[in-house]
Design a protein around this ligand. Structure first.
Ligand code: CA
Length: 514
């Protein structure tokens, strides 16, 4: 076995071991350095003697400071490092980087569902919005019956999904921050994959009343038809017995299925893609293989005129200066700083900070701390200028590269990107997660060939070939771009779609519950 180590930048004084199974002590590296310790795959090795208190450099920046002398050839793990403190939010470089505009990519298309509001869906799904968790069991029961009895009659409709959640009652609905879960749920109901066909199931006595969730004018298509909000209220006096509630939901669903069944795919520009990128179950390869390939693909998408959102506040916080410098205007940079400051304060309320992000699995995978994780996470955003910022739960209204501020939690980030109008999701993982969403296709990218081999029927793309030396970042990124057009067109299904694997929606509620 040829020892293989990867250094990200020339000034780095550590590199990671790429070999499957790691490398034993005594291994002679290509440059003659001898390993003093056994170093697991994805973990760091000191390339030079690192004196106590000196900076340990990866991605060209200090990811920590040596707690004691670390001789060259040693395994550099998190217990040997002191984490740098977070970058202050003042005196940041504002819109200082003016990259050459990327040449436009023209002629790329996919087959999508054009909506009345101009947005484009990649799937044709009936979504049933719920105002409160109390109705979930009934909605699940009705969804099963719709799948079994109604869907076969509507061959152009892909699926029916209950938008269930834990919000709606027992919450301080007027408290600061409560607008976030409410607008998230509203905007998810308007996701392009649902064709503007909003129907709501409500209990009746809950705090989140249907009119508050969907005020007049919230649904563009209803304005055109002059229709009122379509609500099934379980506590309605007309309902006698459980079956009358279920029948009411089925009858209401039929009206929407009729219209959804009229939708047909048409050829649209790749600029209609709204892609959300995120990572989960990260390891040291995430920032070496999968995330750089996604970053290359992000640049292709932006060149094609599409919208790409990157998110996960705690995973970009340590690179805030890279982001504010890439903003297209001072206003965009200030919006980013505003989101970071809000999140700093949110974490401080719980006496936590960004260091609470890294998981035991991250550390086992070779990521020593959040600084190292963040540097590997930011590369998903590629090199394009950042042209907009979204607060949690807001709907995206522009093209280009957007910073959509969300927690890093996989399900919450995915839920908020759905609310922003995402019609395709890309998810990178090194440790492995079977993550999926019922509402949009999720393309999963493995960071290591070993994971892609073991999870061959869960991972859609193997970026581990970059570490193996058999493919370049550009090749994997280009293949991912082409796969996106196929998946968006419905020509290919993701593994999560094939197995019908999906995670629950999780609303971000920073406000108190009662
Ligand atoms: Ca995540």
């Amino acid at each position: 076995m040829t020892p293989l180590i990867i250094r990200m930048q020339a000034r780095d004084n550590v590199a990671i071991v790429a070999n499957n199974g790691g490398l034993p002590a005594g291994t002679v590296l290509p440059d003659g350095l001898v390993l003093r310790d056994q170093v697991p795959q994805g973990h760091k090795v000191a390339l030079v003697d690192l004196p106590a208190k000196s900076a340990v450099l990866r991605y060209g920046i200090p990811i920590g400071y040596a707690l004691k002398d670390i001789p060259a050839g040693s395994w550099v793990h998190e217990r040997l490092l002191d984490m740098p403190s977070a970058r202050e939010l003042d005196n940041l470089p504002i819109a200082t980087v003016k990259p050459e505009p990327l040449p436009p990519l023209e002629g790329y298309t996919f087959e999508g569902y054009r909506n009345a509001d101009g947005s484009v869906g990649t799937r044709n799904i009936l979504a049933i919005t719920t105002t409160v968790q109390c109705v979930s069991g009934v909605v699940e029961f009705a969804v099963q019956r719709i799948k079994n009895e109604l869907l076969p009659q509507y061959p152009h409709v892909d699926d029916v999904v209950g938008l269930e959640h834990t919000y709606g009652c027992g919450v301080a609905i007027d408290a600061e921050g409560a607008d976030i879960p409410i607008r998230t749920l509203r905007n998810i109901s308007l996701n392009p994959n649902f064709g503007g066909e909003v129907m709501v199931v409500s209990l009746g006595c809950e705090k989140l009343q249907p009119e508050r969730l969907m005020p007049p004018g919230a649904i563009p298509i209803n304005d055109q038809r002059g229709e009122a909000l379509d609500v099934v209220c379980l506590q309605d006096d007309a309902h006698v017995g459980f079956m009358s509630m279920v029948d009411d939901i089925l009858q209401t669903a039929k009206r929407h299925l009729e219209r959804l069944n009229q939708r047909r795919r048409e050829t649209v520009s790749a600029s209609e893609l709204v892609v959300g990128v995120q990572c989960g179950g990260s390891d040291a390869f995430s920032g070496v293989t999968a995330n750089p390939a996604v970053g290359y693909c992000t640049d292709l998408l932006v060149r094609a005129g599409a919208s790409v959102m990157f998110s996960e506040v705690t995973e970009v916080r340590d690179g805030i200066d890279q982001l504010t410098s890439r903003a297209t205007s001072p206003e965009v940079a200030q919006a980013m700083i505003r989101e970071m400051a809000w999140y700093d304060a949110y974490l401080a309320r719980g006496r936590a900070d960004r260091s609470a992000n890294t998981t035991p699995g991250n550390k086992k995978g070779g990521l020593s701390n959040i600084v190292e994780k963040a540097m590997g996470s930011i590369v998903k955003s590629g090199s394009a200028p950042i042209s907009g910022v979204l607060s949690p739960g807001e709907k995206l209204k522009q093209k280009g590269l957007i910073y959509a501020a969300t927690p890093a939690s996989d399900f919450i980030c995915g839920t908020l990107q759905l609310a922003a109008g995402m019609n395709l999701h890309v998810f990178t993982t090194g440790r492995g997660t079977p993550y999926g969403l019922a509402e949009v296709p999720v393309i999963k990218v493995a960071t290591r060939s070993d994971l892609a081999r073991r999870w061959h029927d869960l991972m859609d793309v193997n970026a581990g070939t970059i570490a193996d030396g058999t493919q370049t970042i550009e090749e994997v990124g280009t293949a991912l771009f082409e796969l996106m057009l196929d998946v968006a067109s419905g020509r290919k299904k993701t593994w999560a779609e094939h197995w019908k694997l999906h995670n629950a929606l999780v609303l971000f509620n920073p406000a108190p519950v009662t």
